[in-house]
Design a protein around this ligand. Structure first.
Ligand code: CA
Length: 232
């Protein structure tokens, strides 16, 4: 795997935290071919060290890791200081893992076994989305005391900055630009997070809950029975 470090890459650096060498190799090969510089890491402690020194554009994170730190611990630790996009890999079909991962701030998840092409597609979609929103005209959206600075991806409530994940931020901008409209979960899934996102609709509920928790009462999101949500 050492040669991967040497490959030329313009797409940015991706850290893959995965203890299964077969999966790490496969994912590394495909992501390298797609133009990314890939750093595979087999355990959590090293992953955190490399994260600090390499400043990657994205992290692919296996949930089940050997040692003291599992994927959830790492996700939580990264989120305490960074909004780097995180894709978690879970071997378990249990929905709980996915929900916990998203609640801890992961942007996306992939259930093993997965196709490496799917992984590349998800990585590209997430990175494209970040660029898209970052390139949007420097507009500011105000909802009560909540101020969203679209260009810099910063959100403040009554002047205090609130840390949102990339996915939460995209969701917030999507519903904020459609105030007063009843939006179905499917519309939100497809619109806020691009068409390549194939998720179940409960993902929307999880993220809405996170937004409510982080932004408080000024985020006047109503549940529209049988449909989805509406921001007033
Ligand atoms: Ca594992």
């Amino acid at each position: 795997m050492q040669d991967l470090y040497l490959m030329a890459a313009d797409g940015g650096t991706i850290i893959i935290v995965e203890d299964d060498p077969n999966i790490a190799d496969l994912a590394s090969t495909y992501l390298s071919r797609a133009g990314y510089r890939v750093l595979p890491v087999g355990d959590g402690k090293r992953a955190l060290d490399i994260f600090r020194s390499e400043k990657p554009c994205l992290v692919v994170l296996d949930v089940g890791l050997p040692g003291d730190l599992d994927g959830f611990d790492i996700c939580r630790t990264l989120r305490a200081t960074s909004d780097v996009p995180i894709i978690i890999l879970t071997a378990r079909s249990d929905e709980i893992d996915r929900i916990v991962g998203l609640e801890m701030g992961a942007d996306d998840y992939i259930v093993k076994p997965f196709s490496p092409r799917e992984l590349v597609a998800r990585v590209k979609a997430i990175l494209r989305r970040s660029v898209m929103v970052a390139d949007a005209p420097g507009r500011t959206i105000t909802i009560g005391t909540i101020v969203i600075d679209v260009a810099s991806r910063r959100v403040t409530v009554a002047g205090d900055e609130v840390q949102l994940t990339a996915r939460e931020f995209d969701l917030l901008v999507f519903i904020a630009l459609r105030r007063g409209l009843a939006l179905s979960r499917r519309q939100i899934l497809n619109g806020a997070w691009s068409n390549s996102w194939i998720g179940d609709e409960r993902t929307v509920d999880v993220h809405i809950r996170q937004l409510r928790k982080k932004l408080g009462d000024d985020l006047d999101v109503h549940t529209v029975w049988g449909v989805g949500y509406r921001l007033d």
